[in-house]
Design a protein around this ligand. Structure first.
Ligand SMILES: Nc1ncnc2c1ncn2[C@@H]1O[C@H](COP(=O)(O)OP(=O)(O)O)[C@@H](O)[C@H]1O
Ligand SMILES: [Mg+2]
Length: 257
């Protein structure tokens, strides 16, 4: 049982917003579905942007699964895309977090909730996390076999990634987490400014070059995708960001059964 307290040992990964987490989760999930993997996208961010990125409504949401005793099947939505399903998040995810904090909850809450889906032959679950909603995000990390850490390549990047890595170390040491980190994904890479290259160098020095995935460049078309509710595979499948994300899809399929 894990009760979240202000002095929680699971120092929450205080990664800031707007680093490309949702874009990466949605693009990866749809990319995997296109590759023939039955994929579920689980949105744990109260902003609920996975649904809007797919042009869908946010209801009923993960709240009903975590504290509203609905089944996984009941809260799983079709997305109009072959092999891709969604459990949307919305503002009530934050309420669920409050309820869970008050009642206390198992760190395995997400892993346990997803178990029926894996039994039903689902290939992969992609979990999108929030910058900060307390213990649910640790539960998401704990549920993960593979972690991808998107980070915008600005001067705060290394600091944010260190916090996520520290959380994973604690989960591994104290809670026997057995997952691994696929890599750190530099996003919003900009060829023009020196900040991007300097940050990339800094990430490589800090975490080792082998942990740094090829960067995703800053691309207006990704913002347009989000606004239009289409994935990059639907809007511009041969664009540079599509090629860059195709590399990530390939890396994930390479290490999953
Ligand atoms: N590589 C990129 N280049 C330009 N805009 C991007 C890129 N990745 C994401 N965006 C846009 O930036 C905003 C924040 O991205 P998002 O994926 O929602 O970040 P997070 O989930 O970390 O808050 C969104 O409007 C998204 O469309
Ligand atoms: Mg997000």
């Amino acid at each position: 049982m894990l009760r979240q307290q202000s002095n929680s040992p699971y120092s929450y990964p205080t990664q800031k917003g707007g680093v490309g987490k949702t874009t990466t989760a949605v693009t990866l999930a749809h990319g995997l579905a296109i590759q023939g993997k039955d994929t579920l996208l689980l949105d744990l961010d109260p902003q609920g942007q996975c649904a809007s990125a797919l042009g869908l409504v946010q209801e009923p949401g993960v709240f009903n699964l975590l504290v509203g005793d609905q089944t996984l099947a009941n809260v799983t939505r079709t997305t109009g895309r072959s092999r891709l399903t969604l459990i949307p998040g919305n503002k009530r995810t934050a309420t669920a977090q409050l309820v869970l904090n008050a009642e206390g909850f198992e760190l395995s809450i997400i892993r346990d909730a997803l178990r029926p889906a894996m039994r039903n032959g689902l290939d992969l679950v992609i979990i999108d996390t929030a910058p900060s909603v307390g213990g649910l995000q640790e539960a998401a990390l704990f549920a993960a076999d593979l972690v991808i850490i998107p980070t915008a390549v600005d001067y705060l990047a290394t600091e944010g990634v260190i916090k996520v890595m520290q959380t994973l170390e604690i989960l591994a040491e104290k809670q026997s987490w057995r997952g691994s980190v696929l890599g750190i994904l530099p996003t919003f890479y900009d060829n023009v400014t020196r900040e991007s290259q300097q940050t990339l160098d800094d990430l490589q020095r800090t975490f080792g070059a082998e942990l740094i995935l090829p960067p995703v460049h800053r691309a207006t078309i990704l913002r347009e995708c989000g606004a239009e509710g289409k994935t990059i595979w639907e809007k511009a499948a041969s664009s540079r960001p599509a090629q860059e994300y195709a590399d990530l899809v390939w890396r994930v399929t390479d290490v999953t059964p």
